[in-house]
Write a new protein. Structure first.
Length: 306
């Protein structure tokens, strides 16, 4: 009697007639997953004293442990952290962010040349001159640095007239004045390239997109930001009246046709500090002399009005 289709008897005969591939596959998979160390005695791993460790291991997320004698941050790390903090700084979070940067700058207490403090000042200058609309905030940060500077921060390469190593607030002021002078004397006289005569609109657009135009425009922007920042430093008592008069005289002391960027910078500087200088005891006669010089600039053919 023939078996019915799909009956249990038929199914059992069919399975009995072929090898048991299911068990073979399971064994192969188990062999593949079986540890190579099965049956062996495994000793505990020993930590090497010279082994690599990630920077985050054993440290808190805040900057409080960054300036320890045994673990000073290298300049690249300082660069990244300070730039990131400056990018976040606003008038609303000023106290919190400025404290973070000052804690990084405090690393200079373990240095003999104040390199971390100098780097923080340089990065602050770069940010202030690139963002003139925040100049007053960055000047306020410099004021805070001066007032909170530890006397333990020193630079053995800088000494006063008595031969003593300069430290603390005096060192910060020295660094600040040097940076002001370097940036101001460097100038921003790069001329913006103009389209050549006869060039069409497409050629003129190409000039505006060129690297040369970009660099010149950036230099001009930094120059305007610099005089704005210097003016704000003066208003906070960080720079003296004598230094500000030197800056103004440098801008009005020209021969021939004055540079347009310097004329614009002079205008911005006088708008920032002109009232303060004019109100000073000896300032009014000097301001009168400056404006006579400015009038001579205006009277030159082709000059822009202030």
């Amino acid at each position: 009697m023939g078996s019915m289709p799909h009956s249990p008897r038929q199914s059992s005969r069919r399975n009995a007639s072929r090898p048991n591939t299911i068990n073979a596959k399971a064994e192969a998979q188990a062999a593949k997953n079986m540890p190579l160390t099965q049956g062996l005695k495994i000793d505990a791993l020993q930590t090497s004293s010279t082994g690599w460790k990630p920077l985050s291991v054993g440290k808190s997320s805040g900057p409080s442990n960054l300036a320890t004698p045994s673990n000073l941050m290298d300049p690249a790390m300082v660069q990244r952290k300070v730039k990131a903090a400056l990018n976040k700084m606003t008038p609303e979070n000023f106290d919190r962010i400025s404290d973070q940067i000052l804690e990084i700058a405090a690393q200079s207490k373990e240095e003999t040349d104040g390199r971390t403090l100098r780097q923080v000042i340089q990065l602050t200058f770069e940010k202030a001159t690139d963002e003139a609309h925040w100049a007053s905030m960055y000047a306020k940060f410099c004021k805070k640095m001066l007032e909170t500077m530890s006397s333990d921060i020193r630079d053995e390469n800088i000494k006063d007239r008595q031969g003593n190593v300069v430290s603390g607030g005096a060192l910060f002021r020295k660094y600040l004045l040097n940076r002001c002078q370097e940036e101001f004397e460097r100038g921003w006289k790069l001329q913006l390239p103009d389209p050549k005569e006869g060039e069409d609109a497409k050629g003129g657009a190409a000039v505006l997109l060129s690297d040369e135009y970009y660099l010149a425009a950036a230099a001009k922007r930094r120059g305007l930001g610099l005089v704005q920042f210097i003016g704000e430093l003066y208003k906070l008592g960080m720079l003296t009246e004598r230094i500000m008069h030197e800056c103004v005289r440098k801008l009005v002391d020209y021969s021939g046709i004055p540079d347009e960027a310097e004329v614009e910078s002079l205008s911005k500087l006088l708008r920032t500090i002109g009232g303060n200088l004019d109100a000073a005891e000896k300032g009014k006669p000097m301001m009168d002399a400056y404006f006579q010089r400015i009038q001579s600039m205006i009277d030159l053919p082709g000059q822009l009005d202030f």
